[in-house]
Structure formats: structure tokens, C-alpha cells
Ligand binder design. Sequence first.
Ligand code: DAT
Ligand code: MG
Length: 153
Amino acid sequence: MAEMERTLILVKPDAMQRGLGFEILRRREARGLKPVGVRLLQVDEALAKRHYGEHEGKPFFAGLVDYITSSPIIAAVFEGPNAVAAARQTMGSTRPTEAAPGTIRGDLGVEIGRNLVHGSDSPASAEREIGIFFEGQPLAAWPRDVDRWTFEL
Ligand code: DAT
Ligand code: MG
């Protein structure tokens, strides 16, 4: 089996306003990834800048901070072998018009600035981002009966 990983998913404000929040989480769950942490929260400017620090100084940064702070979001942690790559693949390319059909962005979005969902881009990013959104909150380590049918344990 590939190494067990965790990844951070954010259901962004547009998805929440459009009633797609649980659909976006469902696609991860249906794929076999295991939810081990879930929060509904309002991101403030400081949190947005911490999360998106790598993009500070880029022309779209102010719009990105406005967008992610504009409505509550869901932050979720999913676990599984290859969780980071699997969640990125299910999310689709950053620009929805370049995202493959069948992906969240390819099926549900049209604009890069309203691309519905965030997913960590590496195990190291996931660790950093989980630390930001789940600071001081223990994640659940729970066995599922189907784990051995989904993961090659
Ligand atoms: P991703 O969300 O696919 O990991 P990213 O980390 O490169 O993409 O960028 C974070 C977000 O910033 C992205 O979801 C949308 C926004 N963004 C990135 N590049 C952009 C661009 N060229 N114009 C407008 N928004 C952009
Ligand atoms: Mg990214």
C-alpha cells in the first residue's frame, strides 16, 4: 500500500453559497478517502493571508483574500493512501475551463476566481495547512470496517 497521507480540503465560499458544500465533500468520501476532521468557520483576513502566504504580492492576491473571507467555509481533513494526489485529481486544474470533465472544477465551475475548492498540493503543504485550520484540535483516528476493501492494508 502507498503511504498513508492526510490532506486539507476547503469548500470555498462560492460552493457554500451555491449549496455544493456537501457534494464536494461527498466526492472525496465516495472515492474512499476517510474524513478525520471537519469544521465550518468564517475565515478572517489574518487567517486568509496565513493560508495563502505563498501568493502574497501576486496581482490576484487581494481578490483571493476577499473571496475566501466572503462567506463561511468548510475545512476538512481526509486520510488515505495517496490522499493528496487523489484529492487534487478530483478537484481538477486551478482554471475551471482547463479542468477535466468529471472533476469538481470541471463539472461545477467556470471562473478561476470562483473555483469552489482548495486541496493541499503536497504532504508538506497539507501538514502546514492542517496546522493552520485545526490548531489545537485533535483529528479523529477511527477504523472503518470498509478500510480493508478500499485501502490495500
Ligand atoms: P490551486 O487552488 O489549484 O492549488 P494555486 O495554489 O496556484 O491553485 O492558487 C490558489 C488560488 O489562487 C487558486 O485556487 C485561484 C487563485 N489563483 C491562482 N492563480 C490565479 C490567477 N492567475 N488568476 C486569478 N486567480 C488565481
Ligand atoms: Mg494551491
